[in-house]
Design a protein around this ligand. Structure first.
Ligand code: 1PR
Length: 548
């Protein structure tokens, strides 16, 4: 197919979609000017970031009218995420009007009843059925038994007026929203097919292979009430700490309480494999997300030479679940003195295939500043979230316990801990560190996460230095405390040693995801075993799927 085009307005990770389309055996061209839209035979619009930003960008590039004309012409159109939302009349996220192709307005999820953004894997209940098969199948290979990757804070609540448009509905906590629409030549999904593993690739393939046009007269609609269940799953994440070893090769390493050198022999950096290969293996084995942490990012490196850019580019060719990159997301100065703001650094990563960036040290500095002087819009968290959306900004927390005999001995937020201190202390506060744990700061984790949520972060990756690499289980006191302090999703990290630790963290805290490194790298516990075990304990997880 020579007329397949993608409408990109430069707001994020479209590389993954291009890679997914290529993986399915198709070439796709970018729309570079308004006339390209009118030339297209099939058009995909993957919106990323904020609704207002998307609509303004369409307007500035002169795409709005050609896009409406294209859709009205009856040629196949597929919108993804914000690319679906822009089809509506407007959004609570912005005063900019939408394209108005579909009636209704996009609204914000209720944060009081659940973590927002809705970030993770959830079902898509089909509410349309075809009475007769010919040409394009109405369901575009979306299956009731599959789950798909969502990441959004705004959605379109289902109502009767959308009956003709709603293809699937999804329940998140107490709210039911339209998760895919379809009518005639228009298909759009709130979820990301290019990030939804093989289940998502099948949806994309169905659009690419088929006519992209459905005869609406042959469709039966179903009432979604009672049919749509909340099938939001807990995520299992594989984390790859990456650095150069002593001979300069980029390797996946893993520390014990952040010390990544072998304890015996030549004290080499522990080498547990190659980043791109390991990421691919974890994707095939069922990881719901992959996180790369560049753990020596505090060393200066020119922006263009960042070794992780290449790792991401290659990984995103074969891995179709969300990719997070951390380490060095801050203002960077090249040897020639050129300063690249964190926002630009993050942009490079998004264009290379990252879906989220994770900010460690810089988040601590931003929180310290926030508590002194409030928000001024200049932090990396704020600037990146503003352009790419809160869901693209994770904060990576590297805390360690500081024991006190009595809460009155510190001004910091104290937790009664199950892990008594060396002098039998029953209390501790969790101290934030920077530069991979090398420096402790006068800031506790609660101060950090509250400030970062206020600045616009969309997720917390919660490590614990005392647990890292110990295989002794997750730091439950810390996790519960952070969950109680924020409404954004939290990933529990550090200490996983066996499948029961995942059962425990999901049973005893309400975290959205659990991450592990060492046990996966050393092949001690397969991802499948983790999923099988927690599923047998009643925890919903994404089924492992490895064929298109
Ligand atoms: O400060 O924004 O440049 O980010 C640096 C990033 O690198 C931070 O996210 C920080 O956590 C990470 N980092 C720095 N030094 C180390 C180190 O290990 N020496 N790794 C490091 C942190 C911890 C986890 C680990 C879990 C699970 N690694 O990510 O994967 O603890 O491990 P386990 O399952 O084996 O227990 P910036």
């Amino acid at each position: 197919m020579s007329g397949l085009y993608m409408l990109d307005y430069g707001a994020g990770n479209v590389r993954s979609l291009v890679n997914a389309v290529n993986r399915l055996g198709y070439d796709i061209k970018f729309v570079n000017q308004p006339s390209d839209i009118l030339k297209a035979e099939k058009l995909i619009f993957p919106g990323v970031g904020a609704f207002g930003h998307a609509m303004t960008a369409l307007k500035q590039k002169g795409y709005t009218e050609p896009l409406k004309a294209y859709i009205a012409s009856g040629r196949p159109f597929m919108g993804i995420c914000v690319g679906m939302q822009t089809l509506f009349e407007g959004s609570d996220e912005s005063d900019e009007p939408g394209l108005g192709v579909v009636p209704g307005k996009v609204t914000l999820f209720d944060k009081k009843t659940k973590a927002v953004p809705h970030m993770g894997w959830n079902g898509a209940q089909l509410v349309k059925e075809q009475t007769q098969i010919d040409g394009q199948s109405v369901d575009y290979s979306i299956k009731d038994e599959s789950v798909y990757y969502f990441v959004h804070s705004f959605a379109v609540p289902y109502n009767e007026k959308l009956k003709d448009w709603a293809l699937t509905t999804t329940k998140y906590g107490d709210e039911m929203f339209v998760s895919a629409i379809q009518k005639g030549n228009v298909l759009a999904t709130q979820f990301h097919p290019e990030k939804s593993g093989y289940a998502g690739l099948r949806v994309l393939q169905s659009f690419l292979k088929g006519t992209g046009i459905v005869d609406d007269s042959k469709i039966l609609t179903k009432n979604p009430f009672g049919l749509t269940k909340d099938r939001f799953t807990k995520r299992i994440i594989a984390c790859l700490d990456v650095r150069a070893n002593d001979t300069g090769d980029l390797v996946v390493t893993k520390g014990d309480q952040y010390d990544v050198r072998e304890k015996e022999g030549d004290n080499e950096v522990r080498n547990l494999g190659k980043p791109v290969e390991l990421a691919k293996r974890y994707f095939e084995e069922g990881a719901d997300e992959i996180t790369f942490l560049n753990i020596t990012s505090f060393r200066n490196c020119p922006l263009g030479d960042l070794p992780m850019l290449e790792v991401l580019k290659r990984t995103s060719e074969t891995v179709f679940v969300p990719l997070t990159i951390g380490g060095g997301i801050r203002d960077v100065t090249d040897p020639d003195g050129t300063v690249h703001p964190a926002f630009e650094v993050a942009g490079e990563y998004f264009r290379s295939g990252a879906d989220k960036v994770s900010i460690g040290s810089d988040a601590v500095y931003a929180a310290e500043k926030y508590w002194k002087q409030g928000k001024d819009g200049s932090s990396a968290i704020e600037t990146i979230a503003q352009a790419y959306g809160a869901q693209a900004v994770v904060i990576s927390v590297d805390p360690r316990r500081v024991y006190v005999q009595d809460p009155s001995q510190t001004t910091h937020h104290v937790v009664k801990t199950n892990q008594r201190g060396p002098q039998g202390e029953e209390y501790c506060w969790y101290q934030c560190t920077v530069m991979g744990g090398r420096e402790g700061r006068d800031l506790d984790v609660r101060q950090l996460v509250v400030a970062c949520e206020a600045l616009g972060a969309g997720e917390v990756l919660l490590n614990c230095m005392d647990r890292d690499g110990t295989n002794s289980g997750f730091e439950l006191d810390l996790i519960r405390d952070v969950k109680a302090a924020v409404s954004i999703p939290v990933i529990a990290s550090s200490g996983a040693g066996c499948v029961e630790h995942f059962e425990e963290v999901f049973a005893k805290t309400n975290v959205e995801a659990a991450l592990a490194a060492g046990i996966f790298h050393r092949k001690e516990v397969p991802i499948q075993a983790v999923k099988d075990h927690v599923l047998s304990c009643g925890v919903s997880v994404r089924p492992i799927d490895n064929v298109i």
